[in-house]
Write a protein that binds this ligand. Sequence first.
Ligand code: PGA
Length: 253
Amino acid sequence: MRKPIIAGNWKLFKNALEAIELVTILKREFCDVEGVDIVVCPVFVVLRDVYECLMESNIGVGAQDLYWEDSGAFTGEVSAPLIKDAGAQYVIIGHSERRQFFGETNQTVNKKIKAALKHNLTPIICVGEVLAEREAGQTMDVLKKQCEESLAGLTNEEMVKCVIAYEPVWAIGTGKTATPAQAEEAHKYIRGLLVKQFSEDVGQSVRIQYGGSVKPDNIKELMAQPDVDGALVGGASLKSDSFSAIVKGAIPA
Ligand code: PGA
């Protein structure tokens, strides 16, 4: 049984005060929640504040990116040891916004995954097709290339520590969710790729989140799909009531 994992990707929202306000409510909301891993991913500069507020809670903290070198003359970058030191246990890698606006490629994603694993951070690795690729019938080819290149050179032991987020880019922030059937088709395909690239065991163990306009009213039907193991939530993770409803909707029956 794969334990569901719901992660909130706060993107470039919430200053320290707003972040503390939100997690103070979430901490109370989730104190009795079991059976699902819960993560919030604030901006770098409020990681430590959020971590300190969430100590002795069942909510983990993640960063939204990292740089693959530990230290050096890399102005503006933040490394795995630094986010770890700030309290992160998770890190989102290869989000489509980073691919689209900041030149992220499968090759840089690969280096970042290895850096995260080296420092015992759990990578949440994002893959997904853009609308034109879906309409051209290229979704599975895109996913195959993203998985093969991003996950190249990982051992089976490393791969099982990772989480994958399937995020169709056309569904991110658009209010257009993939149908449960579209999500399941992609998740099942990704699991098959993991079986081929690693092993049956790895394929069956890795958790695959769905991301893209996840809301309280669609989480249950997404989670009902056999290969959907959770969600990476953007917009709806910024408010306590919607994030709370999503987490509660993901608790296994
Ligand atoms: P959304 O974002 O839930 O606002 O669509 C998801 C994401 O970008 O991870």
